[in-house]
Design a protein around this ligand. Structure first.
Ligand code: GRG
Length: 326
């Protein structure tokens, strides 16, 4: 059963057995796999698909705002995860592209809403003024709503050559991951924990698993479903992505206190300023890095079930998430 639905924690205790050196060069599954090239090629195709998914129609203002945020050049980790999961189970990239675009639309709209003054309040996103600063608060809300709506429409209408029951399952996965028991649930828990003392590891894990890991999990699971995966493969990819998703947020917390706003393309040090519960605050930097390493190993373990060569992109993606700089 999914962690998102059951709320079973990934870690009830933090291991202190692992000793890691964060500067150690990452070890990839196969030296022959060129991950940089893989990311560049996939990101370029995702970019083209995203561009085509939101044409500049009337009313111009809302479409301009949708495109302003969607095409602002994020890392595109979620769509690439979706495509890699599809290809791992033998599906073609084109089967996953609409789902890949949909998760990026949802991710982008969640950033637009998160940046609003009534939420986390940030004027900088992806290295440029946030949506509400470039347009207005009302346009940022509406353009975010429109991206959310389009994400579902896009999976339903643009996924071709995949059986209708698989498309419906993918849409259900997306809906479940972002609603009140997914992303929205995590954001509510996050906001209501601000400035509250005594936020423990279980509460923090709930926030991060729902706010961040849920959408990465949906990306991988949607890719697997439209790629034709059986139940066991879907479940393995779900567990892999859940750990990678939590890893993503642990690293995000670490970067918030170790990098500058210029490096991040968003305001650094915000978590401390807002008195937020974060892993560095709860565990300290070193233990947070140990947790990141542990999550990466657990994610890798799920990949051992698959063909080593086919799993190489996902292993490398987890590695990239663990060692990223922004
Ligand atoms: C989804 C209906 C709905 C509402 C949104 C505002 C909100 C509810 C949730 C906030 C979720 C949020 C902002 C989580 C943080 C996730 C995170 C670590 C973002 C950074 O992702 P990157 O580093 O960013 O992949 P880029 O810009 O590279 O895409």
């Amino acid at each position: 059963m999914s962690l998102i639905a059951s709320s079973i924690p990934i870690h009830t205790s933090i291991s202190n057995k692992l000793v890691i050196n964060p500067r150690r060069p990452p070890v990839l599954a196969r030296a022959a796999f060129d991950f940089t090239r893989y990311m560049e090629e996939k990101a370029a195709r995702v970019e083209r698909a995203l561009e085509a998914s939101v044409p500049l129609r009337e009313p111009r203002l809302v479409h301009e705002a949708m495109r302003y945020s969607l095409l602002a050049g994020g890392k595109r980790v979620r769509p690439i995860l979706c495509i890699a999961a599809c290809e791992l189970v033998g599906g073609p990239e084109r089967a996953a592209m609409p789902s890949a675009c949909a998760v990026e639309m949802v991710h982008t709209m969640s950033l637009m809403h998160d940046d609003l003054p009534c939420m986390d309040g940030d004027d900088l996103r992806r290295g440029r003024p946030s949506s509400h600063r470039a347009f207005s608060e009302s346009v940022a809300v509406l353009a975010g709503d429109a991206l959310l709506s389009l994400s579902f429409e896009h999976v339903a209408s643009a996924t071709l050559g995949v059986s209708p029951d698989r498309v419906v399952r993918a849409i259900a996965e997306l809906g479940r991951s972002i609603g009140s028991e997914g992303l929205v649930g995590g954001q509510v828990a996050d906001i209501s924990s601000e400035g509250v003392s005594g936020v423990g590891p279980e509460r923090l894990e709930y926030i991060h698993v729902h706010k961040t890991a849920a959408l990465l999990e949906a990306a991988a699971v949607m890719g697997a479903i439209v790629g034709g995966a059986g139940d066991e493969a879907v479940e393995r990819l779900r567990r892999f992505a859940r750990r990678v998703g939590l890893l993503f947020q642990v690293v995000d917390d670490i970067l918030d206190v170790t990098r500058s706003s210029e490096e991040l393309g968003k305001t650094a040090g915000k978590d401390v300023a807002a008195d937020k519960a974060t892993y560095p605050k709860l565990l300290g930097l070193e233990k947070s890095m140990e947790l990141a390493e542990e999550l990466k190993r657990e994610a890798y373990a799920q990949m051992a079930w698959f063909d080593e060569d086919k799993a190489a992109p996902l292993i490398a993606l987890a590695n990239y998430i663990a060692y990223r700089n922004n």
